[in-house]
Design a binder for this molecule. Structure first.
Ligand code: SF4
Length: 389
């Protein structure tokens, strides 16, 4: 018996919606692992979201918390992989899906001539992103009074899993190997904020210039809006150095909450971020500038959607991700956001992005393009499919 194209389209749409819902739940609850050594190593500590592992669900790779307190109590369990790398995902004792873990990249086996493992210089994120934190120290992190309470940039350094300053030459060497051996498609360069007025822009320029001279790899740089009288002039310099897209991360959007959760970083006001976004979009182009917003730290759905509407109006991609309570940070016991809360933001945000024609797939490099830390791009695609029908 043949089925009608409408039936097939509806079934495909239902399957997609179920997969998107599962990804949102996995990122909220986390995952228990029967075999913690399976696949590429999980990430502990460092800048940005951490304590999670890359998991491929229905062909899409997402980062799922595995080392957080909530992950230890998650209803989801991943069984050990079979001989072909397939992993049974269970909710309680009920098998619900087949997933897999991306393999350990080949460049992790290499080291520089002076003995620094390549994995201490840059790591694989998602399936095809090379990520590095150029400066693993931060003026904000040096004092608990000023530090961002969700951040663990110093943890991987203290544990000896990375080095404090990656030189341009080291980054170029590792990027070349990661492209040749593992086919990475783009690179994320973030940095702790140094004490200089450029807030890291110079070190990102130097690093990008060296990488682009060694290999053809689109790069997203991430830093705070550069300060000083000529702060916005850094955007043209960054572009000239080979940076394709830029992330300036608000993290939290309600001013009083910003002061409470990230007192140092909150000294750069939301108004300054908005000015900098406008200037950066004029240089990098619409959709090539993005911001990271951590949902679950106290901002309401309306607060996140309101600022997202303004950002989209400026041509900025608001990459909203679920907050991950990283072990060892002051917020390690803060609850992860519920799947319902995440859906209340990501569903309308996906529709807003589709309506504005801002697509994660059009971003040249970076977190918005990778999308592994949030199920946002699935909501965005889901909405685009509805519109096309
Ligand atoms: S979204 Fe960004 S931080 Fe998350 S895995 Fe991808 S590149 Fe890394």
């Amino acid at each position: 018996m043949s089925t009608s194209p409408i039936f097939e389209a509806n079934r495909e749409s239902t399957d997609r919606q179920q997969t998107t819902a599962l990804m949102t739940e996995l990122q909220s609850f986390g995952l228990r692992l029967a075999d913690p050594g399976a696949g590429a190593p999980s990430r502990r500590g460092g800048a940005g979201p951490s304590d999670h592992k890359a998991v491929t669900v229905a062909g899409t790779t997402i980062m799922v918390p595995v080392h957080t307190g909530s992950a230890f109590n998650s209803p989801f369990i991943a069984e050990a992989p079979d001989a072909d790398g397939r992993v049974q995902l269970k909710r309680g004792s009920i098998p619900i899906a087949q997933i897999s873990f991306p393999k350990q990249p080949r460049f992790y086996a290499m080291q520089t001539l002076d003995g620094v493992p390549y994995s201490h210089i840059a790591t694989l994120h998602g399936v095809d992103v090379l990520a590095t934190t150029v400066l693993q120290t931060c003026i904000r992190y040096e004092s608990r009074r000023k530090s961002c309470k969700f951040c663990s940039i110093g943890q991987s350094l203290a544990a000896g899993r990375t080095i404090a300053h990656k030189t341009p030459e080291q980054l170029a060497e590792v990027a070349r190997a990661a492209v040749l051996l593992d086919g990475v498609k783009h690179m994320v360069m973030t940095t702790g904020t140094p004490a200089t007025p450029d807030r890291g822009a110079q070190v990102l320029c130097d690093s990008a210039f060296a990488v682009r001279a060694a290999v053809d790899l689109p790069i997203q740089a991430q830093c705070e809006p550069p300060g000083g009288d000529d702060g916005d002039r850094w955007f043209a310099r960054m572009k000239a150095a080979g940076i394709d897209s830029l992330g300036m991360h608000l993290e939290v959007v309600t001013p009083a909450l910003r002061e409470q959760i990230m007192p140092g970083k909150a000294t750069v006001s939301i108004e300054r971020y908005m000015e900098a976004f406008e200037a950066a979009v004029a240089v990098f182009g619409r959709g090539q500038v993005s911001t990271y917003i951590l949902a679950g730290l106290g901002d309401t759905t309306d607060a996140i959607l309101d600022i997202s509407a303004k950002l989209i109006g400026l041509g900025v991609y608001p990459f909203v991700v679920p907050f991950v309570p990283i072990s060892g940070t002051p917020l390690e016991d803060h609850p992860a956001p519920s799947p319902e809360f995440m859906r209340s933001i990501l569903e309308p945000l996906g529709a807003m992005l589709s309506a504005a024609g801002l697509r994660s797939t059009d971003i040249k490099a970076g977190c918005g393009k990778c999308g592994a830390c949030s199920s946002l791009s699935s909501y965005e695609k889901q909405d685009a499919r509805h519109a096309a029908r």
